[in-house]
Design a protein around this ligand. Structure first.
Ligand code: CA
Length: 234
């Protein structure tokens, strides 16, 4: 019986494609590959993979059109493979409906962690990381959703309502990057010229209150130019 997760890799660079395929193969995933967007759509619609790894720069069409096409009907997680310098492309891909991105060049551990997080999110979008009592814990951080409380090392952290809303939102999507625009939309409902600044100020206060220090492991990572990500693995 074949109960492996099926992952479709759409990437035109054959060395990256075979690197990714080898890693996923050896870690128990079933891998399908495509070297162009049209081939990717063909494979997608005949195999219905559980997850798609998508390069944006494809020879026939932009990867974004794949995301648009799939999102008309499916919520299958899509991870974008993108070069470091393409912040705008990452934001655009996320706001178009990609679940996350991986920056090239990436290592084995990072690829596997992103894949696991995306597959988990697929099943537990609203309950990810939280237990029956409505709590979320990662490392020393605990969020009690029912009482709207955050604790670090069992000490209560005093957050404003807005700060709490931001932390709770990131924790609900732990392991996955949320764009600045999507956080602003979720927390304030609308955006204006000062929104990014407001978010940055709140985030600086949150990090201070959570006890983040430069060089140490942080609960919340700033993905520069893109958004914020809460860590979900030790
Ligand atoms: Ca490419």
């Amino acid at each position: 019986m074949n109960n492996k997760y099926k992952i479709l890799v759409i990437e035109d660079e054959s060395n990256i494609r075979s690197f990714v395929k080898t890693i996923l193969d050896t870690n128990g995933y079933q891998v399908l590959t495509a070297g162009s967007l049209s081939q990717g759509i063909l494979v997608y619609s005949s195999h219905y993979p559980d997850l798609v790894l998508l390069d944006l720069g494809l020879p026939d069409e932009d990867g974004l059109s794949f995301i648009r096409k799939i999102r008309q009907t499916d919520s299958t997680p899509i991870l974008v493979l993108s070069a470091r310098t393409q912040e705008r492309d990452k934001v655009l891909a996320l706001d178009t409906g990609a679940n996350d991105y991986i920056t090239k060049p990436f290592g084995t551990a990072e690829l596997l962690a992103r894949v696991r997080a995306a597959l988990r999110n697929r099943h537990f979008e609203n309950a990810q990381g939280s237990d029956a009592a409505g709590r979320y814990t990662v490392h020393d951080l605990e969020i009690d959703y029912e009482r709207r409380l955050v604790r670090v090392k069992d000490q209560e952290v005093r957050l404003t309502q807005t700060e709490y809303n931001i932390v709770a939102l990131l924790a609900r999507h732990a392991g996955r990057v949320l764009t600045y625009a999507s956080i602003i939309q979720a927390v304030w409902g609308s955006s204006d010229a000062g929104s990014i600044k407001k978010l940055q100020v709140n985030m600086a206060n949150i990090r201070k209150k959570l006890g983040s220090r430069p060089g140490e492991k942080n609960y919340i990572i700033n993905e520069l130019g893109v958004g914020y990500r809460m860590q979900d693995e030790a």
